[in-house]
Design a protein around this ligand. Structure first.
Ligand code: HEC
Length: 95
């Protein structure tokens, strides 16, 4: 009991700190993906065995390719939000 009481504030501080360190906004990435990215393919592409993307930088490049093919003209941070979200949910390259 005493241990958890002492540990809790530290855990909260750690959670807040790691939130600040996130370079992308996964909620925004998810929303952008849902609004724009289901025309040609769904999420099954991201988890298939022979998927094309094999690295975290490659993921950013592929998101950019698809986004440009759509003519969306996203800002870099929007590309990062989506790539970060895809990595977190599907690719799991661990940045
Ligand atoms: C105009 C059609 C089209 C749209 C819309 C589209 N994509 Fe794609 N996407 C493709 C094609 C084609 C591939 C390659 C499929 C293959 O190699 O079999 C692909 C592949 C991908 C891959 C790589 C999958 C893998 O194998 O690892 C990612 C990631 C991706 N798209 C993300 C996105 C995102 C994010 C969006 C929304 C901005 C999007 N796509 C919208 C056509 C599209």
């Amino acid at each position: 009991m005493r241990n958890t009481t002492i540990a809790l504030p530290f855990v909260l501080i750690l959670l807040l700190a790691s939130g600040d360190l996130l370079a992308f906004d996964p909620a925004n990435g998810r929303q952008l993906l849902q609004q724009n990215c289901f025309e040609c393919h769904g999420t099954e592409l991201y988890t298939r065995a022979e998927r094309r993307v094999t690295s975290r930088p490659g993921l950013t490049r592929q998101v950019q390719r698809c986004e440009l093919a759509l003519g969306l003209k996203w800002f870099d941070d929007e590309v990062e939000d989506v790539a970060g979200y895809l990595n977190q949910e599907y690719y799991k390259f661990g940045n």
